[in-house]
Design a protein around this ligand. Structure first.
Ligand SMILES: [Zn+2]
Length: 249
């Protein structure tokens, strides 16, 4: 293999940190179909039986009942200073004062949110141009991700500053304006819930997923700004392998 290709796939030290690329990605030898073979730590990407993302197909959807323990998500997000990082896989926003969500099994703090284009989740086969993943962690490290689908529409004012000037790959910048992540959510918090994995290596499982049913909007210019860096950073949908998806109105 040529050195340039190796450097495209693997970290080649930090002497050229600005153009160094991570060893996994979305095209070529580092593409999602190869993630499980790139590193033993990524084995779940290949061998896992409860992977994400998924297509939420009607035949797998069950209406949540009291016995499934699925209830409305209580969002406790707050207005906070935030930092944007272009980490080479996506644009990620970290909050200085992270809010939290409350689930039946405890409180999960918002650690970061980031974007994918196209959206990773599908609903009954339908695709969306982008999505947000709000990643939360419980004190013992268990993860819960809320997915918000984004469709083409009016400018998203909460993300105006973020998309007006995205940092270059490997760069971080603080935002001048504070962000309230609750304003990224659609008015309806109805969702589909299922148990899956991280959608990026190491594809760790036992992640609780909450895919909000209603999409919110992003302007064509905002979508274009993101796609300039990340035209395609979505893992393909994974097999359900008999998992149920619970629908919560
Ligand atoms: Zn994600």
């Amino acid at each position: 293999m040529k050195k340039a290709l190796l450097c495209a796939l693997f970290w080649c030290g930090f002497t050229h940190a600005a153009d160094a690329l991570p060893h996994w990605g979305y095209t070529g030898a580092g593409a999602p179909g190869n993630w499980g073979k790139l590193d033993t730590a990524f084995a779940a990407c290949r061998l896992g039986k409860a992977q994400s993302p998924i297509d939420i197909r009607s035949e797998a959807v069950r209406r949540a009942t009291r016995t499934t323990g699925t209830t409305p998500i209580a969002f406790h997000y707050t207005l906070s200073d935030a930092t944007v990082v272009n980490n080479g896989h996506s644009i990620q926003i970290g909050m200085n004062h992270p809010g939290a969500i409350t689930l039946p099994d405890g409180e999960y703090r918002l650690t970061q949110f980031h974007f994918h284009a196209p959206a990773e989740e599908r609903i009954k086969g339908k695709t969306y141009p982008m999505n947000i993943h709000l990643v939360h962690a419980r004190q013992d490290g268990r993860l819960a991700v809320v997915a918000v689908l984004l469709k083409v529409g009016k400018e998203n004012t909460v993300l105006r500053e973020v998309f007006a000037s995205l940092p270059q790959k490997g760069q971080t910048k603080p935002l001048a304006d504070r962000i309230d992540p609750s304003r990224l959510l659609p008015a309806s918090h109805a969702y589909y819930a299922y148990t899956g994995s991280l959608t990026t290596p190491p594809c760790s499982e036992d992640v609780q997923w909450f895919v909000l049913k209603r999409a919110t909007e992003l302007s064509p210019a905002q979508i274009a700004a993101f796609r300039q860096f990340y035209p395609a950073n979505a893992r393909p949908v994974q097999p359900l392998n008999g998992r149920w998806i619970y629908s919560v109105p």
